[in-house]
Write a protein that binds this ligand. Structure first.
Ligand code: ZN
Length: 67
């Protein structure tokens, strides 16, 4: 079984792994750098909504008890 792109779930391309294309790699990179920023033209998926929900945090939900 080959891995699937975490962005769009298409088959991963070796050149762009773990993504299927440079676009998806850029999408993922943009999320890390800008916290939920999405590339214009890229349809918003469930992962986009999850990222947008916590734009400034990369912490797991279990740690969401800050005061
Ligand atoms: Zn993809």
């Amino acid at each position: 079984m080959s891995a699937k792109c975490p962005i769009c779930e298409k088959p991963v391309a070796p050149k762009y792994r773990p993504f299927c294309s440079r676009r998806c790699a850029d999408v993922d990179l943009g999320r890390w750098l800008k916290g939920g920023y999405s590339i214009p033209g890229e349809p918003a998926g469930e992962e986009d909504m999850q990222a947008a929900a916590r734009p400034d945090s990369q912490r797991p939900r279990e740690a969401d008890d800050e005061d």
